[in-house]
Design a protein around this ligand. Structure first.
Ligand code: XLS
Ligand code: CA
Ligand code: CA
Length: 435
């Protein structure tokens, strides 16, 4: 397999002194950090849609990329793109890939053709997975690009459209099962609304819940035991999206009795679009025991849309890795590079540079986060800060033994509390010194 990326043989770890732009400086797959190898901690995945399907267009201009796999009939292109995927991933040395149904196979002229095309490509993908050892982190269905979904997918006012969603999710779940996928993702780009003048929000959220319950039932029926994930995003393409952020999705899952069946796929760029930090969104999911997987990318701080760039900010990724390590890792999830090269980065070698940078950034962040944990000062500071809740008055409040009146009496007795510093700058220095 040396057809589409002849400029690269295999990307190797060469260490931080290396000046080879096509080598890893930090990502050393077999290096053990805190009891696990880097590969086991980071579980990187390459995403199909940006990496091979992106043409380099933006809202103001057409595509700039000329990819060698984009030649021939739609099915020929699909087959070549699949070969390019496995060649790229094998050369990069990443264990996983992720796809949408419509990324890997063309929709064709009828629903029957769409189903048949997907089956043909999945059969080929299965062979390529076996030949290369590359595995599927997650599959998903694209229910946002086709015009039929302009008013929503499962939340559509027309049940006929929801039937089309069912067909797509059923087949995408079959494909994910066939390829041994570790997870299945739901991202609701059209699950939201533009104006309340034409929208019944209560109905639309209930429809989504009914749809998720059908998906849970179908997974059980076919024996798919992978983890179901919902990916929050506040808006774009829809103005108000129902899966706004981690907290909103958790509340939705609780409201509709779905909490046992889902975890969250947290994307960095979606976190910042929601007005949160990446670490905050991870922490909200983690504290509920629902951190499932991560879309590892970053938005541009000066642009207000989903730019899906490769992560290069080591401070931000270190804070994220701290949450992930404290969570005990990502379980069946991983770090999926849902990221694309910029429009002028037109060469296929730029795809390598981008992924190498993202992988090195996370590897470096892993080392820094593990060093912070081993150092122990931040954890000790936090433990001290809340020590008042471990015994005495704090414990009595948590145990339900106090009332507003009993606490008022305590406040009267103790007088004004002593003020203590939060030491934020000292703690930030520990973080930056670990990088
Ligand atoms: C779009 C989303 C999408 C999901 C998968 O903003 O990030 O790519 O990850 O449907
Ligand atoms: Ca994503
Ligand atoms: Ca995104």
């Amino acid at each position: 397999m040396n057809t589409f990326f002849p400029e690269v043989d295999a990307v190797k770890y060469e260490g931080r002194e290396s000046t080879n732009p096509l080598a890893f400086k930090y990502y050393d797959a077999d290096r053990v950090v805190g009891g696990k190898t880097m590969a086991e901690h980071l579980r990187f995945a390459v995403c199909y849609w940006h990496t091979y399907k992106s043409q380099g267009g933006d809202p103001f201009g057409s595509g700039t990329f000329e990819r060698p796999w984009n030649a021939g009939s739609p099915m020929e292109v699909a087959e070549k793109t699949l070969e390019a995927n496995f060649e790229f991933i094998t050369k990069l040395g990443v264990p996983f890939w992720c796809f949408h149904d419509r990324d890997i196979a063309p929709e064709g002229a009828s629903f029957g053709e769409a189903v048949a095309n997907l089956e043909t490509i999945v059969a080929k993908a299965k062979k390529l997975q076996q030949a290369t050892g590359v595995k599927l982190l997650w599959g998903t269905a694209n229910m946002f690009s086709h015009p039929r979904y302009m008013h929503g997918a499962a939340s559509n006012p027309d049940p006929h459209v929801v039937a089309c969603c069912a067909m797509q999710v059923r087949r995408a779940l079959d494909a994910t099962l066939e390829l041994g996928g570790a997870n299945y993702v739901f991202w609701g780009g059209r699950e939201g609304y533009e104006t309340l003048l034409n929208t019944d929000m209560k109905r639309e959220r209930a429809q989504m819940a009914a749809f998720f319950h059908m998906a849970v039932d179908y997974a059980k029926k076919i024996g798919f035991t992978g983890q179901f994930l919902i990916e929050p995003k506040p808006h774009e393409p829809t103005k108000h999206q129902y899966d706004f952020d981690s907290a909103t999705v958790l509340s939705f899952l609780r409201e509709f009795d779905l909490l046992d069946h889902f975890k969250l796929n947290v994307e960095a760029n979606h976190a910042t679009l929601a007005g949160h930090s990446f670490a905050h969104e991870l922490a909200v999911a983690a504290e509920a025991g629902k951190l499932g997987s991560v879309d590892a990318n970053v938005g541009d701080p000066l642009l207000g849309w989903d730019t899906d760039q490769f992560p290069t900010d080591i401070n931000d990724t270190t804070r994220a890795m701290l949450v992930i390590l404290e969570n005990g890792g990502l379980g069946s999830g991983g770090l999926n590079f849902d990221a694309k090269v910029r429009r002028p980065s037109i060469d296929t070698v730029d795809l390598f540079h981008a992924h190498i940078g993202g992988m090195d950034t996370f590897a470096r962040a892993l080392l820094a986060a593990q060093a912070i944990i081993d150092d122990g000062r931040i954890a000790e500071f936090k433990a001290q800060r809340y020590a008042g809740w471990d015994s005495g008055l704090g414990k009595s409040i948590l145990d339900g033994n106090e009332t507003l009146e009993s606490l008022e009496a305590k406040a009267m007795e103790l007088g004004e509390p002593k003020r203590v510093s939060g030491r934020q700058e000292m703690l930030e220095n520990i973080l930056i010194n670990a990088i």
